[in-house]
Structures are given as structure tokens and as C-alpha cells.
Design a protein around this ligand. Sequence first.
Ligand code: G1P
Ligand code: ZN
Length: 538
Amino acid sequence: MAEIVSTKPFDGQRPGTSGLRKKVTVFQQPHYAENFIQSIFDSLEGFAGKTLVIGGDGRYYNREVVQTAIRMAAANGFGRVIVGQNGLLSTPAASHLIRKNEAFGGIILSASHNPGGPDGDFGIKYNGSNGGPAPEKITEEIFSHTKTISAYKTINSADVDLNAVGTIQIAGMTLEVVDPVTDYAALMQTLFDFNLIRALIKSGFTMKFDGMGAITGPYAHRILEDMLGFAKGTVMNGVPLPDFGGHHPDPNLVHAKDLCDMLLVQKAYDFGAASDGDGDRNLIVGKNIYVTPSDSLAIIAANMHLAPGYKGGITGIARSMPTSGAADRVAAKMGLRCYETPTGWKFFGNLLDANMATVCGEESFGTGSNHVREKDGLWAVLMWLNILASRKLSVATIVTEHWKEFGRNYYTRHDYEEVDLDSANALMKNLRDQLPALVGQHGIHKADDFAYDDPVDGSRTTGQGVRLLFENGSRIIYRLSGTGTAGATLRVYMEKYEANPQRHEMETQHALFDLILMSRDCAKIEKYTGRKAPTVIT
Ligand code: G1P
Ligand code: ZN
């Protein structure tokens, strides 16, 4: 029976770069998750009788909120809910299910790469009928509902059993419990040449995949080991656990260190990859070489016609503003446009829907294409495998040949995590105030705060990061993270272009040394944050 429960607004339910993310303990407050979910429904129109996809990355509290969301979907009048078995769905698989079933939208429970467990983070985000994260217009609408909400709708019923695949009726709504992997794996088979990859594996090619105790374990076991034939044990940390087995499921050089050591120090495999908490990020390493996400995007764009799903070519490339300009060089050579969007996958949706871009990427280990409307970790891994199988070259050779052809964009990101929020805001304000004065100093020819005009819907998004653009093409960018849950995280992105192949073998931090010092100086990082050095370098 549907019931209406009175509630009061909570402060701070504004969705960030990717949905609402807070500590688990914040979400555990009575009515907290319900308020946000009702606010999502209250910002939507015309969903009566329609389909909603629900699933999450399995982190702590996923179980509870999946049940809450199912009850509320029934009470609010959805006709059908598709939910992953045991409440699990990777973010890209959820995006695919929305599209495949022509659902009205989806609710994804995840805090992505943030740590999980009772003291970790939780998150909720809404994706629309194109399978992509809700655009700003809707997230702002949701936020405004959270400020005035006085009641939510739910049904009074026991938890539904999500252990078995099948269809059940609940309060007049159809609930379909689906295997989280099957449809996604079938989609991957339409995009990539599985036989070619199987032949590569038969020739002795080896890889290691780190599921980081998070959602991609079951996907990787099924696709890499069962379907493609990589040896059992290729997937490590392949069981999704509520606390990710203590891992910080962020696939980068710091948090995927074991995997990186296997490839970069022990040189034990030909190829290595990892994905994050909800399966949308990817880390690519070869024997003795780390591929930056920015380079990976450029290399994928230049080679993706080798995969059957893209053999007709691509229409354009899109990258987030802080992502390096490597992709721009590929686009220029192919006579295509490279769009520069604000940080966050939601800005790619319009370009993909309008077929203006086929492939998109972010420096933050995100790559994907028009096959779904989220970034997709395993997609990137399979794309690399398809390219490696087609070109029959090592990862290192593919990367160095790419640099020879296009030049190398040395690139690094320095994060100063959990700094005091007021100090971080003061640092950004000071930088913005200084912008006009910085032009002309140190070879800076332009300094601004990035704004984006969406070429499809004409919307304008401002305040997306301070950019210092140098005459020689180098860049320093500053922005505050929109996904953190404690204090503020200052991200500083640095990039320098090097055309000369004789100078392509430098260590990245060394190659960028001058820019790194200048980044600290221009923003007075130590003065504002008290930090002499970043906490994470990627
Ligand atoms: C971070 C990344 C951004 C990515 C987002 C969600 O956001 O920088 O590229 O889209 O996570 O995965 P940020 O914390 O910087 O706002
Ligand atoms: Zn993620």
C-alpha cells in the first residue's frame, strides 16, 4: 500500500560533478536518501507506467537504498523497475540497460572511486532516457526540490528478494531482476572483434586486470576469462565487497600500485588494466609503460576504426577541458572537431546524442564512446585489446609511435586533498582576481575562468576552472573537486607539448618541473593550504 511520509529538508543535497555524494553516515540519517530520491521524481514529468533502471556498485549501504528506491518507484507510479541481481550494476551497464529497454531513466547508487564501508562514501545519481547523467538543468531542479520537500511516497512492504533472476509483481509494479553482466557483455561483442583478441591470447599474450574489490570483478571474470579465454587468475580482486576489501577503488598509479608494480617493475605481463568502484574508469598500463588517460584517449581515437563497431570512422572527439590536448592533434589530422567541455561526463551527452562526437575522454581515467552515455572502464580495456590484436605491436611501441607522429603532451595532475574549504575558496578567489595581471608574466598569453557554451542546447556553464595558457601551448589549470566529501580538494593540471621525438623519453615530473613550481607560486598554494606538496600525483 502506498503511503505518504512527512519529512523535512536536509541542507546540502546539491548534486556535484556526478550526483549526490556524502559519507555513509550522512545517508544513514532517517529520510535522507528518501528525500533525495523523491526530489529526483518530483523534478521529472511523465513517468507514470514507465520503466526505471536501478542498481549500484555494491558498496556499503547499497543493499538498503536499492530496496528504498524500489519501494519509492512503485509508490510514485513507475510501471516497471529493472534491477541488477543483488542490486548490482556497473555504471556503464546501467546506462546500457536504460538505452536498451528504452527506460524513462535510472537511479545509480555509487560514489564511484571514493572509498566504501561504514565510514566511507555513498552516492545517488539520476540518469535520463539517453542513459547519461542528468544535465545541470535537472540536477539544479532536483536540488531546489530538496530544499522544500515536505513528504515522500513509499510503499509499506518487506524487502524484495534480489538474489534470483526473475520477474515479480510488487504493489502493481513489475520488478525484473536481471543478471548484471549478460546484456553488457553482449553489447561488447557487437563492438569488438572477440575472435581476433582470442587469437592474440592464444599466441601467448598475457594480461592482469585489477577489479579493486569493486563492481567490475564479475564483468571482467565473465568477459576476459570466460568469453575471451584469458587464464583463470587474470582478474585479481574480482569479488565486489561492501568495503572494496579495504581498497580505495580509484584506478591510478597510487591506488592500483600492486598492478602497476607487476607491469612497470616486475614486467610480468604484456598488458594491465584496472577499473574503479562503479566500473566507469580505466587505468591502462603496458609492460614497462604507463599510458596517461589523455594519451589513451588520443591513441584510441586514432585507432578505433580497427574495432568492428567503429569501422565506419568517427564523427568527432570530445575531451574535458583539463584533459591534455593530445586528442586535439589527432582530431586535427583526421579533419575532425575536438570539443572541449567542462569536467564531468554529463557534458558529453548532448554531443553524443547529436552524433557530433563518437569518442570522449577525461584525464581522470575516463574514456568512452557513443555505445552508452557514461564512461566505460571495460570498454576501454577491450578497445585496447582490439587495437593490440589488430596492430600486433606492444603497448610501448604503439604509444611511442603515436608520440612520433603527433608529438607528446607531457601531462600531470597534482591533487591537494582534504584542505580547508574556506582556504581553498580563498585561493581560487585570489587566483581569479589576479587573472588580468597574470597575462604577460612568465609567458602567459591568456588567463581566464573556463566557460562552456553547449553547441547543442545553447546552455552556458561558467566558473569551470582557472586556466593559465602559455604562448608555447603549455597550460596550468586549477579547479576544486566537485566529488569530494571532506573539506576541499584542489586539483592542479599541468601540460606541456613536445614535438621533438629526441625529447620524448623524459620522466614526466621532470619534464614539467618548471610548470609545477610556477603552479605553486602563481596560486600561492602553500600560503593558502599550508601544503608544500600534493597528496596525490597522477
Ligand atoms: C572527478 C573527475 C572528473 C570525473 C568525476 C566523476 O570530478 O575529475 O573528471 O568526471 O570525478 O568520475 P572532480 O572531483 O574533479 O569534480
Ligand atoms: Zn566511477
